[in-house]
Design a protein around this ligand. Structure first.
Ligand SMILES: C[S@@+](CC[C@H](N)C(=O)[O-])C[C@H]1O[C@@H](n2cnc3c(N)ncnc32)[C@H](O)[C@@H]1O
Length: 421
């Protein structure tokens, strides 16, 4: 492996430092702007850039701290910025978000100031209420390594207190995974997911890299059986006066303060934006309907006449049905791209897609329905910027955006923006 000494001059969305070598960009994992580092080149396969990881810090940034997450320090792929002072990490996140909003979203340098990244708690540790761990030989439980499939059994600092206590031996065979959820009363529930198809037999072996990757993707999207190991099949999660019974293996925001913060932010963003009277809402990628509920309960300038809630996950939609049973919410199971053209035109759209973003086709379909106001949420800065940029090409402008440090000690940032036509 090639070893180099580099000066790190910037920070890239994705959490790496940026350096240059022989005119080529090198993305250096584990390095901060202003540092001189010795690195190993880990990927030299592309003409325009290389990837490397830090072997030794020769000249350290004043923002480098002793790792806050012992698992990350031991090589786990969990908290990639655990070695960065948390306030500075949020500044880096804001810079990276501003950069992709300009570069990928096409928002001019003079556009609305990029958002600052707001903390969701006082400390960067003990925030995660849902996590997934791998089961290794002899029932040992741990996180996968950053650059290997080895198990790291040192506990991560992200999960809330008690979530990781006494796990060894709870899981079954090698290759299964444990999904852990802490409900709003702090009670722990654990489900075991059977191994994906490619780890069960020999079907995933052999062939070229692309073939193996394709088989692995389809193996991971194939249904896996679920066994309750501890607690219940569902966790009760509460925001204010509303509660949801959410499948342990289903989606709930990872940060214990995120659902309340995001729904409050959405309400604040639509306040005074020009909506009044009876409003029809689309809650796209709505999951259990936390945004639907907050608008129904908390909108102050307007009242919600009806909501179309769209999601693909039957478990989340069943939870939505229970909690929103007496509300004017119509639930649609299916992909947003397939469903929206059949829905009644909205005044307000909330969209909260998964990490990959909504994508051009969905943005175009939303725009075709001509909502006056769109609130768009994104947990991947580049996808968020791409989606907002697509709205902008259709004449929607960002009136305000906010960002949250929803995954402390990592490079991930959650964005939320309100756009008007
Ligand atoms: C980031 S979560 C947001 C869920 C919800 N808004 C919340 O805050 O709890 C994304 C949701 O998108 C759903 N999803 C993923 N792909 C989808 C698609 N193509 N169409 C509809 N829903 C989808 C997932 O099931 C998940 O509930």
């Amino acid at each position: 492996m090639t070893e180099l000494e580099l000066d790190v001059t910037g920070y890239a969305n994705g959490g790496s430092g940026i350096a240059r070598h022989n005119g080529r960009v090198v993305f250096v994992a584990g390095a901060l702007p202003g540092e001189r580092v010795r690195v190993n080149v880990t990927d030299d396969s592309r003409a325009s850039y290389a990837k490397a990881s830090v072997v030794d810090v020769l000249d350290a940034s004043p923002h480098r701290v002793a790792p806050l997450c012992p698992a990350a320090a031991a090589g786990a792929g969990c908290c990639d910025l655990s070695f960065v002072d948390p306030t500075y990490a949020r500044e880096l996140g804001a810079d990276a978000l501003g950069d992709v909003l300009r570069r990928i979203g096409g928002f001019g340098i003079d556009a609305t100031e990029p958002p600052t990244v707001e903390p969701l708690g006082d400390v960067p540790t003990g925030w995660r209420v849902r996590t997934r761990l791998a089961v290794g030989a002899d029932g040992v439980v741990g996180l996968r390594g950053r650059r290997s499939s080895d198990l790291v059994t040192t506990p991560c600092a992200g999960p809330v207190a008690g979530l990781l206590d006494g796990l060894d031996g709870l899981g079954g065979a090698v290759g299964t995974e444990l999904v852990l959820a802490s409900d709003s009363d702090g009670v722990r529930h654990i489900a075991e997911l059977s191994a994906p198809a490619d780890r069960r037999g020999r079907s995933g072996r052999g062939g070229d890299r692309r073939g193996r990757a394709q088989r692995s993707r389809s193996a991971h999207s194939a249904p896996r059986s679920v066994r309750t190991v501890q607690g219940d099949t569902h966790a009760v999660q509460t925001i204010g006066e509303r509660s949801w019974t959410v499948p342990v293996t289903g989606f709930w925001q990872a940060h214990h303060n995120a659902p309340a913060a995001y729904t409050r932010a959405a309400l604040e963003l639509v306040k005074g934006i020009g909506l009044s009277g009876d409003v029809h809402v689309w809650d796209l990628y709505g999951g259990v309907g936390v945004f639907s509920a907050s608008l129904l309960d908390g909108a102050s300038d307007f009242s919600v006449r009806g909501v179309d809630l769209v999601d693909t996950d039957p478990g989340a939609l069943a939870a939505a049905e229970r909690t929103l049973a007496t509300d004017p919410v119509e639930i649609h199971r299916g992909a947003v791209a397939d469903v929206v053209s059949s829905l009644r035109a909205p005044d307000l759209v909330i969209s909260d897609p998964p990490r990959s973003g909504a994508g051009a086709d969905v943005v175009d379909a939303v725009v075709a329905a001509e909502p006056g106001v769109v609130v768009h949420v994104g947990c991947d800065a580049a996808a968020f910027a791409r989606d907002l940029g697509r709205f902008a090409t259709h004449g929607y402008s960002v009136r305000e955006w906010r960002a949250f440090d929803a995954f402390p000690m990592t490079h991930h940032v959650e964005g939320i923006a309100v756009l008007t036509r």
